[in-house]
Ligand binder design. Sequence first.
Ligand code: BG6
Length: 464
Amino acid sequence: MKYEFPAGFWWGSAASGPQTEGTIPGDGKGASIWDHWYEQKPELFFNQVGPEDTSYVYNRYKEDIALMKKTGHTTFRTSIQWSRLIPDGVGAVNPEAVAFYNSYIDELLANDIEPFMNLYHFDMPLSLQQKGGWESKEVVDAYADYARICFELFGDRVKKWFTHNEPIVPVEGGYLYQFHYPSVVDMKKAVQVAYHETLASAKAIKIYHEMNLDGQIGIILNLTPSYPRNENDPEDVKAARLADAFFNRSFLDPAIKGTFPEDLVSLLKELDYLPEYTQSELELIKQNTIDILGINYYQPRRIMKKESTERLSDKPMPDDYFDNYIWPERKMNPYRGWEIYEKGIYDCLINVRDNYGNLPCFISENGMGVEGEERYINADGRIEDDYRIEFVQNHLKYVHQALQEGCNVKGYHMWTCMDNWSWTNAYKNRYGFIAVDLADEGKRTIKKSGYWFKEVSDNNGFDA
Ligand code: BG6
């Protein structure tokens, strides 16, 4: 069967500034929470590889953009590092950073690759974290200033902006499950942080729209469709619905509808977890919703009613309202340990069509992390990643089906272009179309999947 995509469908990949740029002496970058955490606790990072040792795109972006071209990119998303552009989070702008991002953007455009730019990918400037990070309203205002500066500097050429990548992750990682800095367990603070991220996003959207630039602004959310163990058991269904409220609707609703989910709000009220807010802030959120949604899809959530007595904290946490269970038919990514459920990508798109006004959207991340991928290197030194081709193709079939059924989906971005550093996992899970050999000065080699993707992009589809 031929899977043909609409003309102009975006083919590309996503990455982020903090995961790719590297730290170059004299580049004027300020510290982010990742630099600080690594300095404090290097043992938390896989093989003790820290954020300064990312793929050195800062110096090698021309070479890397040439490789993007060779792998069929028509679009590419990365992020500006707040602490690179404004080393202290507020105040003076770093001229080296302005020159770097200008040149990076211009090089993409010169290669007919449309740059999509995200403003926040987990990388709070350290000086602002010391003021409370997303717990603080002062930081929300600092973010709005930072956003305005980015739009002023680069908004003439960047036409797709995103306020956050996966805003639930700093909430989960930093305030519930301890895999991001500041690594505390405090649900009340978690709710405040989530609310402030949403408020910050709405402020940036307002500024962007008021500037009347020729482009669109959105947010990138990692959606995890929550499937109940037993659809006929109201308790399982209720638990899955609540997991959906905590992890999906908490950001989807305010981003698209400008309101917060009622079931979540009433539970948080009951628990005395409501954040500090004002009516004028709620109005601002209501009036400043997104133009476009980026959907990161990796895996679903399998949910059943709470049966275990295990508690993660003395105070209520999301996990006190449901348990995860293992779906017997699940297919696993043996290299990463995550469930592979391709239909989930379709369910995310149908959800946007049916419950969120069929807003324009795109798949902003999807991909397969593999540990120890060197074992698939062939005699020519190329990684034969047929598993990744199968993974992407199977997901694309469902994106195609969603398109046939009227979903307003504009493109597909793989995570990621080149193998990159990933927070405390560092270089453990490799996701790229292009391998980066750390033992050979970061030498880049296109994997089999990269050549395959070029064909898909050139043909605007594939036969399967
Ligand atoms: C995505 C994030 O959710 O997952 C990326 O946006 C991250 O920043 C990617 O690198 C892969 O994560 P991991 O933990 O498998 O390396």
